[in-house]
Design a protein around this ligand. Structure first.
Ligand code: GDP
Length: 298
């Protein structure tokens, strides 16, 4: 009867809708997934992050004939999923003050510039900042840090070239405590070619700090140069061993094609990423925004 046919018609409509869903949606082919994985590796995301993203994409459904834009969006979303858990700004929270932030990294990574940028950022947040010139190995390093300190108007504790970094750090913590400084940012030597010496030097700084405040250093921030690509990962490995690392800042992300290393670092180490450097000027330090970065990379 009419009623029966009416019922069947509805059933048939529902079935058509469901079938339409199946033909209009599809998974990416193995070839496509291979190509995406290769592209990610070539963009310095590294094999681990690339494999993880491939795996996740293989489970996703796309509109049949999915275009480049929708695949890119899916890749960006997977990259963001890796980056979101590690995005963590460096905050001045230590009590009692000062918060002691040890900054480590190889020479040329952008350590000095990043210290100045961080100091400037904290100043803008109304914190009292002090610098300590703990890289006494290079006279130029002390001078360069002093120039920045002067330019942005923050006090600096420095000693002679070849002086004992631990004693400078000791003096700096004393001065910072007396002056009610909120954040003390400590530059350190970056001579990784002499790993043993660097390790001893950093260990001594830690001992001295620990005597003044068992919580110090509160942060050990490793500065990495993105233009080093996958070598930056090796530096994380080494500095973790030499100094312990609590977070990362990656520099020179302006104009390098190797920014994908940020994703590799996040995937492999899970260390907090505090900020990124995007230029040589004092305000060229950006908060690390995983969604923005993932859209720029993909
Ligand atoms: P350090 O030896 O690790 O202390 O490195 P410096 O702070 O002296 O930086 C080395 C060079 O890299 C300098 O010419 C800086 O201006 C430059 N630099 C630092 N950070 C950035 C950045 O985020 N982008 C660009 N383009 N250059 C940077």
């Amino acid at each position: 009867s009419d009623r029966l046919f009416g019922g069947f018609r509805k059933t048939s409509e529902r079935l058509s809708e469901n079938l339409a869903g199946i033909v209009s949606q599809t998974r990416l082919s193995d070839d496509q997934l291979d190509e995406i994985e290769d592209a990610l590796i070539l963009s310095d995301l590294g094999p681990r992050a690339a494999a993880r993203i491939r795996e996740r994409l293989s489970g996703e459904r796309f509109e049949r004939g999915a275009d480049e834009v929708s695949i890119k969006q899916a890749v960006a979303e997977e990259i963001a999923a890796i980056l979101r858990p590690v995005a963590k700004p460096l905050e001045v929270v230590a009590f009692p003050r000062p918060q002691v932030i040890l900054v480590i990294g190889v020479n040329g990574s952008g350590k000095t510039t990043t210290i100045a940028k961080l100091a400037h950022l904290f100043q803008e947040q109304d914190y009292g900042v002090m610098l300590a010139a703990g890289d006494t190995f290079r006279a130029a390093a002390i001078g360069q840090l002093a120039v920045w300190a002067d330019r942005i108007g923050v006090p600096i504790v420095r000693g002679p070239e070849g002086g004992d970094p631990a004693s400078i750090v000791f003096d700096a913590v004393k001065a910072a405590t007396q002056q009610g400084i909120d954040a003390l940012i400590v530059d350190t030597a970056g001579r990784l070619q002499n790993k043993r010496e660097l390790m001893d030097e950093l260990a001594k700084i830690r001992r001295v700090l620990g005597r003044l405040n068992p919580e110090a250093p509160h942060d050990v921030v490793l500065v990495l140069d993105a233009t080093n690509g996958q070598n930056a990962l090796q530096q994380i490995e080494t500095f973790k061993e030499v100094a312990g690392v609590t977070g990362l800042i990656m520099t020179k992300l302006d104009g390098t094609a190797r920014g994908g290393v940020l994703v590799a670092a996040a995937e492999q180490y899970g260390l907090p990423i505090h900020a990124i450097g995007v230029g040589e000027k004092i305000d060229d330090l950006r908060p690390f925004d995983p969604d923005l970065v993932s859209r720029v990379i993909a």
